[in-house]
Design a protein around this ligand. Sequence first.
Ligand SMILES: *Cc1c(COP(=O)(O)O)cnc(C)c1O
Length: 387
Amino acid sequence: MKVYMDYNATTPVDPRVAERAIPYLKKDSFGNPSSFHTYGQEARAAVTAAREEVARTLNAPAHSVLFTSGGSEGDNHAIKGVFFARREKGNHIITTQVEHPAVLGTCEWLEKVEGARVTYLPVDRQGHLDPQQVAGAITDKTTLVTVMMANNETGVIFPIKEIAAVCRAKGVICHTDAVQAMGKLPLDVEALGVDLLSIAGHKMYAPKGVGALYFRPGTPLNNLLHGGHQEGGLRAGTENIVGIIAMGEACRIIREDLEQDRQRLTALRDRLENGILSGIPHTFVNGDRENRVCNTSNITFEFIEGEALLLALDMAGVALSSGSACASGSEEPSHVLQAMGLKPEQARASLRFSIGRFTNAEEVDYVLEKLPAIVTRLRALSPIAPH
Ligand SMILES: *Cc1c(COP(=O)(O)O)cnc(C)c1O
């Protein structure tokens, strides 16, 4: 049996999405949307329709949706775009210690190269951030607050609505990385009150290499890519038509299936989590179990090397990730779990289970059947485990 429980790393493409996008890989529908002729017009109409689908799903006007190459580009564009556009006003950015590397790396680069000052707010043991911490960190030099909507390692949901309200009251622009929230929570940019919001296709059953950035009309935002006048002049380059069509369809499906997916995944995730907690001693869940997206469970298996557990699970046909930021190559234990107060060895003993639209009960039960023996075997080899 093969079981994929790493949906937070990437999702398979939904067959409905593939079916909608595949004609644009074939020789009849290949036009450049910037071309005047009918080939171009057809491509342009398809992009317009996809943009409307994305916009509708976010409750945004269509002209406020910019197609990107994915989550990293959306985060880069939002953060650098606002930083450069508001340089005259100030150089201070506020973010958190638990953001995705796409946000942290961008902020660190701005500090090193462009003279930015960045405040990295801490979180508590449950992974929570208090909006009052954001309010307290804002100075007259603050131009941007960027806080993720849901954490990719723990699934913990941040109070973005309250944070956006704090920002608005102080004239500060608010961006949220909603890559891990899309398709798991209803996202409404008006209800949230954010100015910028990024999403990624391959975390929501569309292909890799496409994403979208919502920007509230009037938000000061510089270009990253210069050249042609695509995307309302905000992003040069001939559009990724196949990816964009897929994004549109993936969004339409989210509007249709969100509630049903959420209920099903919550039940499956809880069955998996409760099975592990009750079946395997010395395990605990990281992050607030109430205030979490429906598909994620981050669990510490004390006295075990997470890498060894991942390897053993992979051999049993089960694919998932450690809590580490860069699952492969990086020896550093997860910055997210350490920011929440876990000891490095606990962070290293943690795994992220992330299920999705194609996960079923048989797969959950297979993991519950295999895992206890693997954990027992690894602990038997561990010099620090209680025997
Ligand atoms: C995956 C992810 C990203 C990066 O998206 P890419 O499309 O891979 O560039 C950014 N933020 C979060 C929270 C993510 O999970």
